[in-house]
Design a protein around this ligand. Structure first.
Ligand code: RIB
Length: 343
């Protein structure tokens, strides 16, 4: 039987169910009590006609789209995938759909996505900043759209935020290596414009100073949070007259690059070089050697951010929140006691 090309409307449903259009609307949007009998007649008509309520029509009526935007700086980094999973699982249970946007660390792209999400009428957005995005943030601040900042702090922005204590994480990673008797400890950071990177470096410096070890700038290299840069930085650290015996790397992807570079240099990890990362993405426990790292509460970061956003959407006058979560040291195979050669 040829399928009708007619797209059923709310009027078709009302006619078939023998009720008014208003009653159909109340049944769909649950905006007023309707008797069980009428609800069943409307539901049967919707099913038989394969009627699809218009999201646009609903949002025009209720001024809510039931959708949220999430902007992250690198959708190829598993860290963000785990954070977004926490956001999406929570929002889906609360009846919201999520539009995921990848700014690729580009402030212009981030700005365009913020603009697009506002034009699409999302009810709110979660933002992980690119790190150098003042125009986007001014634009975001003008709007009345509910927002929450997660992971990367933006002090200039008046917004709810959920962060991780990155200074404590950098301190714990470095203290772990000091406790293994390493004193010549390198650090591979991300861009200084990204607040978590700068804060982790601060934690590294604090731990060394506490131990009375002078800060040696030749032991500090700057990467870009991607694997290749971690390898390039490790090569430079190991090719100097007095290479480090341990390295704190400010995220796991760069730590994977550093491990690959150590293999290329035929440097054994951890017998000849200890490495500690940051994030504890799923792969960190599966690679060989498994990676000692600082575990970020990724799912909790996403879920807590989503919770604050939905609270803000429900009540725009809710008191502003700033939540800081605690990272934990996870010791695996890539870090070990310093072995002193007698020769
Ligand atoms: O791995 C990506 C890094 O950027 C993470 O450490 C996270 O904190 C993000 O800011």
């Amino acid at each position: 039987m040829a399928r009708s090309s007619h797209i059923s409307t709310i009027r078709d449903v009302a006619e078939k169910a023998g009720v008014s259009v208003t009653t159909v609307s109340h049944v769909i949007n649950k905006t007023r009590f309707v008797s069980e009998d009428l609800v069943k007649r409307v539901d049967d008509a919707i099913r038989e006609l394969n009627y699809q309520p218009s999201g646009l029509a609903r949002s025009l009526r209720t001024k809510a789209s039931g959708s949220l935007g999430v902007i992250i700086p690198d959708n190829t980094n598993p860290f963000f995938a785990e954070v977004v999973r926490g956001i999406e699982d929570y929002c889906y249970k609360q009846g919201y759909s999520v539009f995921l946007c990848n700014s690729d660390g580009d402030p212009d792209k981030e700005y365009n996505y913020i603009k697009l999400l506002r034009e699409k009428g999302v009810d709110g957005m979660v933002l992980v900043s690119t790190g150098n995005d003042s125009d986007s943030l001014k634009f975001l601040d003008q709007g009345k759209i509910p927002k929450v900042i997660i992971d990367r702090d933006i002090e200039s922005l008046n917004s709810d935020s959920v962060l991780v204590d990155n200074l404590a994480g950098g301190y714990k990673a470095t203290k772990h290596l000091l406790d293994l008797d390493h004193t010549r400890i390198g650090c591979i950071t991300g861009s200084s414009q990204i607040t978590p990177s700068a804060q982790r470096l601060e934690g590294y410096i604090q731990a060394l100073k506490e131990k009375g070890i002078a800060i040696d700038s030749t032991l500090i290299e700057t990467g870009d949070f991607k694997s290749q840069s971690g390898g390039d930085c490790l090569m430079r650290l190991m090719n100097q007259p007095e290479p480090p015996t341990a390295v704190f790397v400010c995220n796991d992807l760069m730590a994977f690059g550093a491990l690959a570079a150590a293999r290329q240099l035929e440097i054994h990890v951890p017998d000849q070089l200890s490495i500690v990362g940051f994030d504890d993405i799923a792969m960190a426990s599966m690679i060989i050697p498994s990676l000692s790292t600082i575990a970020q509460p990724k799912r909790e970061l996403g879920e807590t951010g989503a919770t604050l956003l939905l609270q803000r959407i429900k009540d725009k006058d809710t008191a502003q929140s700033r939540i800081v979560l605690e990272p934990l040291l996870v010791v695996r195979e890539s870090s070990a006691q310093l072995v002193v050669n007698d020769k």
